[in-house]
Design a protein around this ligand. Structure first.
Ligand code: NAD
Length: 260
């Protein structure tokens, strides 16, 4: 399906799921603003795509900073004059630890990036989406939505659960503007998210469960690939999903049904 002429904004677009979604959208002719926190990674990701002939714009901002996000969206809209697709995807695992060991600062950091970041991404893009309608896709997780066995990932799971509530609230609010809002809930996907994970003393709070045949029924335990998630993002962003809004979609090979 061609989507030439459309403009997208992808946060966390320089790695993992976001990077795969940027490529998938660009392949369909979409112009993509690629937002990341580190200048080096954003520029190296967009240079590769430029070389491949795609139209991409590097944007550097911290998703939890209102001022930086407002400026990034402004830069994107000034460049291409419109916005149709928003993928609010940037996130961190943060600190996973027993409740007594999670500091107030750990808690705030996870919620600021995952939840406040989603709020700011949507808040500053909505005025542009409203002009002609569009699609917002938010990356939550199996954690906090259909899986609660990941003991210690409390702040992360709460941020992800709240993203689902947020998506549903906004889906209803923006329906009259023909802006669809959906939320994807990936299970284990092979990315670098582990680099943003700090595990402390989890053996103290883990329930002893073993899955001798793997934790992902559809793949005998192998994690999903960012490209598989990108196909779902592409579908939800496209007119093929024109009647879908306010819906969460799990993409986990059955992992959350098994682990719960
Ligand atoms: P990733 O680490 O490759 O991607 C996360 C991206 O977010 C990175 O590019 C990072 O630089 C960016 N980011 C982090 N903090 C930021 C900030 N303050 N401002 C701007 N950008 C920031 O990992 P990923 O797996 O591709 O993660 C993407 C999303 O998928 C996250 O929201 C994550 O919670 C979610 N998710 C991942 C998995 C998995 O198994 N990989 C499972 C469920 C959900």
């Amino acid at each position: 399906m061609e989507m030439t002429g459309k403009v997208a904004f992808v946060t966390g677009g320089s790695s993992g799921i976001g990077q795969a979604a940027v490529r998938r959208l660009a392949q369909a002719g979409v112009k993509v603003g690629v937002l990341g926190i580190s200048e080096d990674s954003v520029y190296s990701a967009t240079e590769d795509l430029h070389r491949a002939g795609y139209e991409v714009l590097p944007l550097v901002a911290d998703v939890s900073s209102a001022m930086q996000m407002q400026q990034a969206v402004q830069k994107l809209v000034e460049k291409w004059g419109r916005l149709d697709i928003v993928f609010a995807n940037a996130g961190i695992n943060g600190v996973w630890a027993p409740i007594e060991e999670i500091t107030a600062e750990d808690w705030d950091k996870t919620l600021e990036i995952n939840l406040r970041g989603t709020f700011l991404t949507v808040k500053y893009t909505v005025p542009h989406l409203k002009k002609q309608g569009g699609s917002i896709v938010i990356t939550a997780s199996v954690n906090g939505t259909r899986m609660f066995s990941n003991t210690g990932a409390t702040a992360y799971a709460c941020s992800k659960a709240a993203q689902v509530a947020f998506a549903k609230m906004i889906a209803l609010e923006l329906a009259e503007n023909k802006v669809r809002v959906n939320v994807i809930c990936p299970g284990a996907i092979s990315t670098s998210i582990e680099d943003n994970t700090e595990r402390k003393d989890l053996d103290k709070v883990k329930e002893p469960v073993e899955y001798p045949e793997g934790q992902i029924p559809l793949t005998d335990g192998d994690p999903g690939k960012p490209e598989q998630v990108a196909e779902l993002v592409f579908f939800l962003a496209s007119d093929a999903a024109s009647h879908i809004t306010g819906t969460e979609m799990w993409i986990d090979g059955g992992q959350s049904l098994l682990q719960g």
